[in-house]
Every structure is written in structure tokens, then in C-alpha cells.
Design a protein around this ligand. Structure first.
Ligand code: C2E
Ligand code: CA
Ligand code: CA
Length: 391
């Protein structure tokens, strides 16, 4: 499948057709639709990398579609187009950004084709820059690195560990987030090499922290493809041996969808890792469709509730029900529960009351470079054991 997939929605058929032609001329695999339901279905089935969305349509509300994209944690880059005034465009952009969407640009109607062409070209070139040779060079030249986000034990309020999150510091393009390069790596077959790099970097970091008196477990994100590769378990064992560190420091986070893709293989690989002392965690839980039975078959020890539900807890009854249910279900299965995306103290308190075990999110800390972690942990511990401790 081509990497540059552009999905366009505009309810005026003639404009839609013209936009489609321009998309194709700019190098994109392009699909055009005039219908909201069709748009959302193609979004799911085709997984476009770029969206062009008309905000002002007769039969549907462009802003409602943006809301739907937020709900689905859409990773595509989005061009918002509108015949409304600049202010409405700006508001839509801010709404999207606040919801975690990647708003690439906003364009005012009537569209000036030179401006549209330039916007599409910028997005296309940006995506082209993410190529296998560039990634291999990037790994060799140390442009990739890991940041670490603390996970907090909600009962003891101590630091329970950290999650390693990959970053690409590109010399020309600046900091590139993982949502931009991981899907490409998965599609192009270089994710295994990257996974090796991540585990190696995490093992080296854990050793460094230990030498410094900070003993922290590290969770790494593993793509379904890497987890399924036959030598993954050996890779983990060899890297730990190289760094003379026990594999027990490692937690492997694998998304619910990836874990359930090939259950038989997943059970096999998970059991081997468990035997080595590695902790297994199901990431983004609640977004897939796994059944209770499937969950029981896998030797996982931890469930991470997807941040979309956690972030929504304050406003949405539905999200509160989902979070409460996952915590109850996981505990009944003997699994530990981690909530990610905790952005406020109120939600942290709510999760504590529900008996959630661990939490992670901007309320506690953002991800940070490894060298800043020991100081952060010390400051946190001092605060947690101080007179104003929340217990
Ligand atoms: P994830 O595993 O669900 O990671 C959590 C993401 O949520 C991170 O984004 C983190 O920065 C963000 N986050 C943490 N707390 C909050 C919060 O309170 N509010 C909000 N709005 N966001 C929060 P990041 O670093 O951009 O990573 C995105 C995704 O990229 C990860 O999602 C993971 O699926 C993938 N990823 C990151 N590093 C790696 C890696 O080394 N290997 C693989 N295969 N995937 C990775
Ligand atoms: Ca994760
Ligand atoms: Ca997650």
C-alpha cells in the first residue's frame, strides 16, 4: 500500500473532483468522497495518512467530523478547508489541536490552487523525507533517542517505573514524534531493527540509572510485527546479556489489536518472555475488540487503559463506565491496571478511588530525557513523603 494516502471530503461534487485531481498530481494515492458516512468508513478501512476536510458542508457538520476524528485518536495529518471566515478556521484548528489531532494547515475558500498545491507539496515532501535509507542513517547517526515518562503508583504515590517513548531529532526537520515514523517503519519492514535499538537504549539507560542509585523498571512499546518475529525473545535475551542486566527490568507494551491478531503466536511469545521475568502489558486497552476469553489466554500481567477514555472521564459518563468496567474486569483477572493520559488531579483522585493501580500523564510529568529522570524521581519522592503528602 502506498504510504501517502489522501482522503478528501467535500460535499460539492465538482470541487471534490478537482481536489482529487490535484491530490493525485501532487503524488498522493487519493480517494474523494462527498458523504460523511462514507468518509468515516474509508477512514477506518483505508487508513489514510492525510485528510482534507471541508468544514462547511450542507448536510453534515465538519466540526462534528473533527470531533469524531478526535474520538478515534486519528493519526493522519489534516488540512481543514472552509468558506467561513479566518476566525472559524482558527477555532476549528484550535479545537483539533486541543483534541490531539495533527492539523497540518488551514485553507480558505475559494481555494487558490497555487496555495493548495504548495500545502500538499509540503506534506508530501515531509512524508517522503521519512524513508528507509533516512531511517537507517538516523539510527546510525544517533538521531533517534528515547524519552521517559514516569508511571506513578496511586496507593503509595511512589514512582512505579517509566515508559520509554521514541523521538527522532532530525537535523533539518527538528523533533519528529513517533506517530509519524513508527507506522512507516511498520509498513516498510524496518521496525524490527528499530525495536532492537529501543530495547538496547532502554537497557543501557537502566544500567546508567542504577549506577546512579535510581532503580527503575522501563516499559517499551513493541509493534505487533516485532513481537511476532520468531527471534524477538532471543533479541531481548542477548541485549540484556550484553548489558549484564536482568530482563526483569523490562515491561513490554503491546497494543490490544496487535496482541489479538494472532493469538496462538502471541501466547507462545508472551509465555517465553514471562519465563524470562519480563512484564507484559496490553496497551491502548478498550480500543480493540478482544473478548474476555482471549484476554484470559494470554499471560499478561498489566492492562493500560487507553488515554481517550481516561482524558474523557471528567465529561463523559460513557468513558467513566468504560474505565470502571476495565478496572473491575482486570482486577477480577488478577491484572494490574495502569491509566494513561491523566491530565488533572481530579481524574487522578477519581482513579485512586476506583482502585486503579498506576497512572501516567501530564498531571504528573511529561516525557523527559533520561538524564533528567533521577532528579525528577528524587523531587517526587521528597514531595510524596513530605508533610503535605496526599498519602
Ligand atoms: P502510547 O504507547 O499510547 O504512548 C502514550 C502517548 O501519550 C505518548 O505519546 C505520550 O507522550 C502521550 N501522553 C502521555 N501522557 C499524556 C497526557 O496526559 N495527555 C496526552 N494528551 N497525551 C499524553 P508519544 O510519545 O507521541 O507516542 C505516541 C505513540 O507512538 C505511542 O503511544 C506508541 O504507540 C508509539 N511509540 C512511541 N515510542 C515507540 C517505540 O519505541 N516503539 C513503538 N513500536 N512504538 C512507539
Ligand atoms: Ca505505550
Ligand atoms: Ca497507550
Amino acid at each position: 500500500m502506498a504510504y501517502n494516502r489522501l482522503l478528501i471530503i467535500d460535499d460539492e461534487p465538482e470541487i471534490a473532483t478537482t481536489l482529487g485531481k490535484m491530490g493525485r498530481r501532487s503524488g498522493f494515492d487519493t480517494i474523494v468522497t462527498t458523504d460523511g458516512v462514507d468518509f468515516l468508513e474509508r477512514l477506518r478501512a483505508w487508513d489514510p495518512t492525510v485528510l482534507m476536510l471541508d468544514l462547511q458542508m450542507a448536510e453534515m457538520n465538519g466540526r462534528a467530523i473533527l470531533g469524531e476524528l478526535i474520538k478515534r485518536s486519528c493519526k493522519a495529518r489534516i488540512l481543514i478547508v472552509s468558506g467561513h471566515d479566518v476566525e472559524a478556521l482558527q477555532q476549528a484548528k484550535e479545537f483539533g489541536l486541543a483534541g490531539g489531532l495533527h492539523i497540518a494547515d488551514t485553507l480558505q475558500k475559494p481555494l487558490r490552487f497555487d496555495i493548495l498545491r504548495a500545502a500538499l507539496k509540503a506534506i508530501f515532501d515531509d512524508a517522503e523525507m521519512i524513508s528507509v535509507p533516512n531511517i537507517k542513517d538516523g539510527i546510525r547517526l544517533n538521531e533517534f533517542y528515547l524519552e521517559y515518562q514516569p508511571k506513578i503508583d496511586l496507593r503509595g504515590r511512589r514512582v512505579a517505573g517509566v515508559e520509554a517513548l521514541a523521538r527522532w531529532r532530525h537535523p533539518a526537520r527538528g523533533l519528529i514524534p513517533p506517530d509519524r515514523f513508527i507506522p512507516f517503519m511498520e509498513a516498510s519492514g524496518c521496525i524490527d531493527e528499530f525495536t532492537r535499538f529501543v530495547i538496547d537504549a532502554a537497557a543501557a539507560q537502566a544500567k546508567l540509572w542504577r549506577a546512579d542509585g535510581t532503580d527503575l523498571d522501563i516499559a517499551v512499546n513493541i509493534s505487533g510485527g516485532s513481537a511476532g518475529s520468531p527471534d524477538f525473545v532471543d533479541v531481548v535475551r542477548d541485549i540484556c546479556a550484553d548489558h549484564q542486566i536482568d530482563p526483569g527490568f523490562l515491561t513490554v507494551e503491546i497494543t490490544e489489536t496487535a496482541a489479538m491478531g494472532d493469538v496462538k503466536r502471541a501466547v507462545n511469545f508472551a509465555q517465553k518472555l514471562r519465563n524470562m521475568g519480563v512484564t507484559l502489558s496490553i496497551d491502548d486497552f478498550g480500543t480493540g475488540y478482544s473478548s474476555l476469553l482471549q484476554l484470559l489466554r494470554l499471560p499478561f500481567t498489566e492492562v493500560k487503559i487507553d488515554r481517550s477514555f481516561v482524558m474523557d472521564c471528567g465529561e463523559s459518563l460513557e468513558s467513566r463506565v468504560i474505565v470502571t468496567t476495565i478496572i473491575g474486569l482486570a482486577h477480577n483477572l488478577g491484572l494490574r491496571v495502569v491509566a494513561e493520559g491523566v491530565e488533572t488531579g481530579a481524574i487522578a483522585d477519581y482513579l485512586t478511588k476506583l482502585g486503579c493501580d498506576e497512572a501516567q500523564g501530564y498531571h504528573f510529568a511529561r516525557s523527559m530525557p533520561g538524564e533528567r529522570i533521577p532528579l525528577w524521581v528524587n523531587q517526587w519522592s521528597a514531595r510524596a513523603s513530605g508533610p503535605e503528602s496526599e498519602g
